[in-house]
Design a protein around this ligand. Structure first.
Ligand code: UD1
Length: 458
């Protein structure tokens, strides 16, 4: 018999801030409104974070454009500032002066709040010959170890000790040596860490079974713009020839394929014809293929805009998350929402992260018919969802709940917005402009019962 997921009784205390997620603002969404126009796509969060970390490699000044205004970006800039870099911004443009880097130790308080700041270990050791970075620990979606990053750096000559939760890496002689490194799994973060480290290493590094994600390619393009020699980014074998120094550059981050995919689903789920852009269409292949399998037409308008044209009916389909170019794990929760409102059965299999089904319990509060068995969500389409108070449990789960709210009858109140604010730039304004009824409130409407929390149950 299949295991059923219980209704989630425990939206947890945020392990990072220690605060109850119900403390903060909420989003109220009145579903059933048609959207129209163009939903604008910001710069890619995951590319921006790693490109910011890569400015540690630069012995000069860099100008970065199209950096989304997100809580996570602010945290990465805090890491850079704590290491001595001078960072100034005007909107989405950041000027980063890498000449002044003078510390090799990333502060625990920030790394513990932003997992991606661990990726600073690669550029830091390459530039300074030493790096002390706290272990990032697990997060809401899984344990997320970093042994592939560490083993790769060791292959390049780093001596690594982990003590008191801090990874201390140092290179005798001060310079990493190029190496041939096979990654047991095409980890995005490990590929990025090692590619950055290799740009200033002595000799050639070959990364085999490397991640092929567009954000890896964007990082490689940024490093090349600084003078790095990198070939093969976007394939499973990346070759980097180390340089003595990297120079300043002016670079624009690619559009966020996950935000774009979320917006395409917003159109599909609200039965609205709308446009989404800018996008790089080749980054969207898996998402577009699954939307079409469900019965939603996606038309390319010009070079970088996709138009959603909903069909008469939506039909369930199966999805399995995989490394790029497979279906992205960061779109899994949003598609799960769409499939709850698609006819028939669907099976969604999460193969990348071990604990990425927590949105299911929240979708069930809205009337979804989903059972979870291990890494599979078995979905039976329902004709409608009904608005209810729900708790966002991680970043993409939050987006899934917003999408559900757009389609649900009545009002959906979403708690735990700190997750959403990590990765979606001004989401409610963008949706409002397209015609959605969505509002951020500082304190929850007194009518909305707050979902139970760990604290209220204990
Ligand atoms: C990045 C993205 C994240 C996305 C993920 C997969 C950023 C900031 N985040 O995360 O949004 O969901 O890619 O596309 O870019 N693993 C190990 N050992 C390691 C490293 C990873 O076992 O040393 C495992 C992880 O636990 C996970 C899998 O590999 O199960 C994929 O992780 P990885 O590709 O490294 O994801 P991140 O870089 O953390």
């Amino acid at each position: 018999m299949l295991e059923d997921t219980a209704i989630n009784p425990l939206p947890e205390i945020n392990p990072v801030s220690g605060s109850l997620p119900t403390d903060g603002p909420v989003l109220e969404i009145w579903g059933g409104h048609r959207l129209s126009g163009l939903l604008p796509v910001s710069g890619a969060k995951n590319a921006a974070l790693v490109v910011l970390a890569a400015t540690l490699l630069c012995s000069d000044e860099c100008r970065l454009r199209n950096i989304p205004e997100l809580v996570d970006v602010g945290r990465m800039v805090q890491v850079l500032t704590s290491l001595g870099l001078k960072c100034r911004s005007q909107g989405t443009v950041w000027d980063i002066d890498g000449r002044t880097v003078d510390r090799a130790e990333a502060p625990y308080e920030i790394v513990s709040k932003l997992r991606a700041s661990f990726f600073a270990i690669g550029p830091l050791i390459a530039r300074m010959g030493e790096a002390r970075v706290p272990l990032p620990g697990g997060c809401a979606i899984g344990a997320r170890p970093v042994e592939l990053h560490v083993r790769g750096l060791q292959s390049m000559g780093a001596l690594v000790q982990i003590e008191g939760g801090i990874v201390h890496a140092a290179v005798p002689g001060g310079r990493l040596k190029g190496a041939r490194i096979y990654l047991d799994y095409p980890s995005v973060g490990a590929t990025e860490t090692l590619m950055m480290a290799a740009t200033l290493a002595d000799g050639e590094t070959v990364l085999e079974n490397a991640a092929r994600e567009p954000e890896v390619v964007d990082l490689a393009n940024f490093c090349r713009a600084m003078g790095a020699e990198i070939r093969g980014a976007g394939t499973d074998t990346i070759t980097v020839v180390g340089r003595d120094r990297l120079h300043g550059t002016d670079y624009a981050i690619v559009p966020d394929r996950i935000e774009a995919g979320t917006f395409l689903i917003a159109g599909a789920i609200s039965d609205s014809e709308l446009s989404v852009g800018p996008v790089v269409p080749e980054h969207m292949t898996a998402t577009v293929a699954k939307l079409e399998a469900i019965g939603v037409k996606i038309i390319q308008d010009g070079a970088d805009v996709l138009r959603v044209v909903p069909g008469d009916r939506r039909i369930g389909t199966d999805i399995e998350t995989l490394p790029f170019p497979g279906f992205p794990t960061d779109m899994q929760a949003q598609f799960t929402t769409l499939l709850t409102l698609s006819e028939g059965s669907s099976v969604v299999t999460e193969t990348v992260f071990e604990n990425r089904m927590r949105h299911v319990a929240e979708l069930k509060r809205l009337g979804a018919n989903i059972r979870v068995k291990g890494r599979n969500a078995i979905i039976e389409g329902v004709p409608f969802l009904s608005g209810a108070p729900v708790m966002a449990t991680d970043l993409r789960a939050s987006a899934a709940l917003v999408l559900a709210g757009l389609a649900a009858r009545g009002k959906t109140t979403i708690f735990g917005l700190h997750h959403l604010d990590r990765g979606y730039e001004r989401l409610e304004f963008k949706l409002q402009n397209a015609g959605a009824r969505i509002e951020r409130l500082d304190t929850p409407d007194s009518q909305a019962p707050v979902p139970e929390t760990a604290a209220t149950l204990s």
